[in-house]
Design a protein around this ligand. Structure first.
Ligand SMILES: NC(=O)c1ccc[n+]([C@@H]2O[C@H](COP(=O)([O-])OP(=O)(O)OC[C@H]3O[C@@H](n4cnc5c(N)ncnc54)[C@H](OP(=O)(O)O)[C@@H]3O)[C@@H](O)[C@H]2O)c1
Length: 238
């Protein structure tokens, strides 16, 4: 698959790139072509060095608009405050056959702890209490949006030889788009996609991230993430 990553030069974009490059062609998007190309070169070297001849994909740098035009799946790894302005400009390059993945979490920090926040898009007539993924959906419709990866720390992904063993909660309204994103999650070894319902449930996924970060601050944990454990596991023997 061709996966374009908007803001792909950042922490989350870099992490997803080195994982997906094993199987997919990644187009790192940026506001600056030189930055995108330099990041692509650096990550291609890391990925090829690690995967060797197993690596089926490639990594190239593009302007965000070109990454969109040339991709089947577009992943939004932009800071929350950049989402509305960037997508308002970039949505003209999207088409309804593509799939957009929102990884965005809006948060604020107060007295050392994280709280949920929202993305303000009032001036565009977009509701105030929506999750980031729903704001992205309003901006890019009719291209379907799937919410995923909010609870996966970029540092885990970038650490290319770490075994992840994590769950990725996935919310979306378009069945085909959700299936495509679930497959992309499974393409990262030991990540498990867990569907949690329609896109409106993204607000619950997004609210887990500040809780995890507070758990890190208050309990001295490093980069906590999420694994849903069933009671009892099917394999359980007393
Ligand atoms: N970091 C994590 O562990 C993590 C985990 C889960 C979800 N997320 C979500 O992923 C998203 C990205 O997080 P991140 O830590 O990767 O962010 P980041 O590194 O701060 O930024 C990502 C990229 O966004 C672009 N950018 C920055 N300001 C911009 C602006 N004003 N307009 C347009 N583009 C801008 C930059 O790329 P160029 O300068 O190359 O254009 C930057 O490299 C966030 O929404 C976050 O909530 C992050």
């Amino acid at each position: 698959m061709k996966i374009g990553i908007l803001g792909g030069t950042g922490n989350m974009g870099r992490g997803l790139t080195v994982r997906w490059a094993l199987k997919h062609n990644i187009l790192i998007g940026s506001r600056t072509l030189e930055k995108a190309q330099a990041t692509a070169k650096e990550l291609e070297k890391i990925a090829r060095g690690f995967y060797q001849s197993e690596m089926k994909g490639g990594i190239i740098g593009k302007l965000n608009a070109d990454a969109i035009k040339e991709s089947e799946v577009i992943v939004v790894t932009l800071p929350p405050e950049a989402v509305v302005s960037s997508l308002t400009e970039l949505r003209q390059y999207m088409n309804p056959d593509q799939v957009v993945v929102s990884t965005v979490v809006a948060m604020k920090k107060r007295r050392g702890l994280f709280r949920c926040a929202t993305i303000s898009a009032k001036e565009l007539g977009i509701g105030e209490d929506l999750s980031a993924a729903e704001v992205v959906q309003d901006l890019v419709k009719p291209t379907p949006v799937v919410s995923a990866f909010q609870t996966v720390p970029a540092a885990y992904l970038s650490n290319i030889d770490s075994v992840l063993n994590l769950d990725v909660l996935i919310a979306g309204d378009d069945e085909l788009a959700v299936n495509i994103v679930s497959k992309l999650v499974r393409d990262i070894p030991n990540l498990r996609p867990l569907r949690v319902g329609p896109l409106e449930n993204s607000k619950w996924i997004e609210s887990i991230t500040p809780l995890l970060l507070n758990a890190a601050v208050l309990n001295n944990l490093q980069e906590p993430s999420l694994r849903v454990v069933p009671w009892m596991p099917a394999s359980y023997t007393a």
